[in-house]
Design a protein around this ligand. Structure first.
Ligand code: NDP
Length: 497
């Protein structure tokens, strides 16, 4: 237990003893009555309980989704305008409840309240609105044929039932990025949040009917990894959209292969953030610090490997360490807090083991930010840590830590910077800090990453594609590209003779 008491926020969140899930238009408990506690990462106490969906619940949800697509109006009878109207209404309902939603996200994830409002909930609303606008702007093409007696055209059709399985770090953001493009293109979605943070998605589930979305088109099934597995293996699910770690992704791929089901993967990263000697060091210091320690390092695109030109290494390191030390760690409900707790004790132990192995493997611990009294022992809190001299082959270089740990490595030339940056199995994101235009574009071209930020780190507009290369993922979320992940192209050839 921590010294933190945010009881009033918990009361305002109005969580009932059991938060029901949404199946076929009904808010309900699991068929077998199984539940799990939703733990508050800040205090370790249970906030409430939630249902654990087992096979009968998964079967029921899949059947409801198939029925809604086959017999309901969503795809068959409604035009895209009506689907867009539902998405806009859902966005409006979420915006109206943004205080409530951000409070729940903050309690459930341990995310500082300001981040929950400006990042998670704002992205939820923006994504729903953005994809609502796309619904009536997607169309196929007419393809000229040699014979005038032939008409050929393409149709963009939904896959059908999408199982969207998400991780715990920004659940409300994921609700928007998964539902938006899938619904705009006419699919039905069964959303499976993580057992570690599912309360935000469950609160959005309560708004689905009011938004006018037909029963069975959006369903939220809570549970554990087994619930996710049942969804992936279900023959009635047409595509899986998965956000999580690569170990789980391997299992998902194997399970999906049994019925050759397509999969969209948004996975982890070990993203390089490269600072050259001609960079604006002031800005690079601030953004590089926030780029790793924001969300307590629990961000897929965190800039966890800082590669710095040797001539500015000590100056930049000094600036980042000073900035990081000043970041307040504590109650996510406190507006001054920049780093909330890690999601669980188990995750903290995992992050701590990376820290403990750093020096034995040859890195030097440059910063270990101390926690104030009451936060240190027996809690999920961990302050910023910085290691220097991190090199390929060390676990700090190779593996995703998903915690507040920055690895720093010097380089001497552009070629070395690029080689080091790409020396990873991941390829989610990368940052480049330089005032030299040609260097910036050459680095952008050479980096093996799905997202490159130049003189910036971590900005994520919702109208641009986001998704990794290599073992960081397949496919894109965000922007127009995400819509293509949820549509199939059908070609129609007509003989007019
Ligand atoms: P996990 O891979 O542990 O879990 C992801 C989801 O998969 C959870 O809902 C989990 O359920 C579920 N799951 C677990 N086992 C199975 C299974 N066998 N079949 C189907 N589903 C299963 O990841 P985390 O939740 O720990 O998330 C952290 C990871 O996610 C990091 O690697 C991070 O980088 C990545 N991530 C990637 C993002 C991106 O956009 N590229 C964004 C955010 C995070 P349960 O939790 O209930 O066990």
């Amino acid at each position: 237990m921590t010294a933190i008491d945010h009881q009033s926020a918990i009361e305002k969140a109005q969580l009932s003893e059991l938060q029901p899930m949404l199946v076929g238009g009904q808010l309900k408990a699991a068929d077998g009555g199984d539940t799990l506690p939703a733990l508050n990462p800040t205090t370790g106490s249970a906030l409430t309980t939630f249902p654990v969906a087992r096979k009968p619940d998964v079967d029921e949800a899949v059947a409801a989704a198939r029925k809604a697509l086959a017999e309901g109006p969503w795809w068959k009878d409604w035009g895209p305008h009506k689907r867009a109207k539902c998405l806009r209404k859902l966005a409006e309902l979420c915006r109206d409840r943004s205080r409530e939603l951000s409070r729940i996200e903050s309690l459930d994830v341990g995310m500082p309240r300001g981040f929950a409002t400006k990042f998670s909930v704002a992205a939820l609303v923006r994504n729903l609105e953005y994809y609502a606008s796309w619904a009536d702007k997607l169309y196929g093409s007419t393809i000229p044929q040699t014979s005038t007696n032939s008409l050929d055209y393409t149709r963009l059709e939904p896959y059908g039932v999408i199982a969207s399985i998400i991780s715990w770090n920004t659940p409300l953001l994921f609700v928007g990025s998964k539902l938006g493009p899938a619904l705009a293109t006419g699919n039905a979605v069964i959303l499976k949040p993580s057992e570690l943070a599912c309360l935000g998605p469950l609160r959005v589930a309560e708004l689905v009917q009011e938004a006018g979305i037909p029963d069975g088109i959006v369903q939220v099934l809570t549970g554990d990894g087994e619930t996710g597995r049942l969804l992936v293996e279900h023959e009635g699910v047409d595509k899986v959209s998965f956000t999580g770690g690569r170990e789980t992704a391997r299992k998902v791929q194997v399970a999906a292969a049994k019925c050759l089901k397509p999969v969209l993967f948004e996975l982890g990263g070990k993203s390089p953030n490269i600072v050259f000697d001609d960079a604006d060091l002031g800005r690079a210091t601030m953004m590089s610090t926030l780029g790793i320690f924001g969300l307590t390092g629990q961000a897929c695109a965190a800039g966890s490997r800082l590669l710095v030109h040797r001539s500015v290494h000590d100056q930049l390191l000094g600036g980042i360490a000073a900035f990081a030390q000043g970041l307040q760690v504590g109650d996510p409900m406190d507006p001054a807090t920049m780093l909330g707790p890690l999601i669980s004790g188990q995750h903290k132990d995992r992050v701590q083991s990376f820290i403990d192995n750093g020096e034995p493997q040859g890195a030097s611990l440059h910063l270990k930010a101390e926690l104030r009294d009451g936060l240190a022992d027996g809690t999920n809190f961990l302050g910023p840590h910085i290691f220097t001299g991190v090199a390929p082959g060390m676990t700090l270089w190779d593996d995703e830590v998903f915690g507040p740990v920055l690895s720093v490595t010097p380089f001497d030339s552009d070629e070395e910077a690029l080689r080091l940056a790409n020396q990873t199995q991941y390829g989610l994101a990368a940052g480049v800090w330089t005032e030299k235009l040609s260097r910036a574009h050459k680095m952008a071209a050479g980096l093996e990453a799905g997202v490159v930020w130049i003189n910036n780190y971590g900005t994520l507009p919702n109208n641009v594609p986001f998704g990794g290369f290599k073992q960081s993922g397949w496919g894109k979320e965000g922007g127009r590209d995400a819509l293509m992940e949820y549509t199939r192209v059908k070609n129609v050839l007509v003989d007019l003779s």
